[in-house]
Design a protein around this ligand. Sequence first.
Ligand code: HMG
Ligand code: MG
Length: 312
Amino acid sequence: MSEQGQRGTASIRITEVGPRDGLQNERRVLDVSQRVELVERLADAGLKEIEIGSFVHPRWVPQMSDTEAVAARVRRRPGVIYWGLIPNMRGLERAIDAGLTHVATVMSASETHNRKNINRTREQSLAEIRAIAEQVAARGMVLRTYVSTAFGCPFEGAVDFEQVLSLVRALADLDPEGISLGDTIGVGQPERIEAGCRRALEVLGADRLVLHLHDTQGLALANALVAVQAGVRRLDSSVGGTGGCPYAPGASGNVGTEDLVNLLEGLGLATGVALDRLVTTSRWLEQSVGVRLSSRYYRYALARSFYGTASA
Ligand code: HMG
Ligand code: MG
């Protein structure tokens, strides 16, 4: 573990979503062994929660076909949680068959994005998540729920946060382990993110609120900072700053895991993640997907190693 990985006192839970959110938006489709290698590298870096893929329709998101094969080949390490994203009951069945115990459902706060993303009305999605929650509880599995477009929708624009909170309350009744509020297209401004997090913390508490930030406007890190200052203790991030929802036009990558870890450790908040290993993972990933990764810390580490001032 890096020096930074041990310095902090209070701690933050990071869920690494690179193998799912990160890869689902890449033009180049990684094969199963590359996807498995990504998960293993992330676990080597010290990440304790990794979303290894999704069980969505392969025609809708070809990058995520064969998540069963990824799940079968990932080495299960004690103390590491392996999440699978499921859009519906069929997704749950597939995740169960793949041997996963932790599943994350997704629906949107806005009607249009929900229809475009998972082809259902919000009412239909909520009913299906209720049924999924029953199955998950009956089997002793663990549920997390995403609320997408919580801070803005690519089709409808502004989203009423009271509406988001009533959805959060309805989902909280299903007893999920966490509810992740997604700034799907990265339109949240720090003031609004902070206010939203304060309200959501009142409903969920710091144990259950998760924040999922995309960096479309370059504000994800600023938003993470104000959220943490408001009391948020769980965040999603993606190695190298990869990601984006294929059904949210213009959505760019998630806050980069390197950038988030660098920020948090600098604030004295422990993450347990080794920055140097993330950097080597991003370098490998950049070559694998064939596009320049956007994480600022990653780019900084590369430049630093180029100039010979330190090894990345
Ligand atoms: P649909 O066409 O409405 O599905 O798609 P359907 O229920 O009408 O069924 C049609 C056929 O699909 C049937 O097969 C089903 O069995 C099959 P047939 O009988 O015709 O042979 N099917 C499935 N096959 C595999 N896996 C499944 C599945 N479900 C049905 N799970 C569906 C509905 C939800 C499947 C589709 O819309 C879909 O796959 N959507 C996923 C889109 C997606 O992956 N988006 C990105 C992830 S969400 C995100 O990025 C946001 C997040 O990061 C947070 C944030 O940033 O805000 C989480
Ligand atoms: Mg996302």
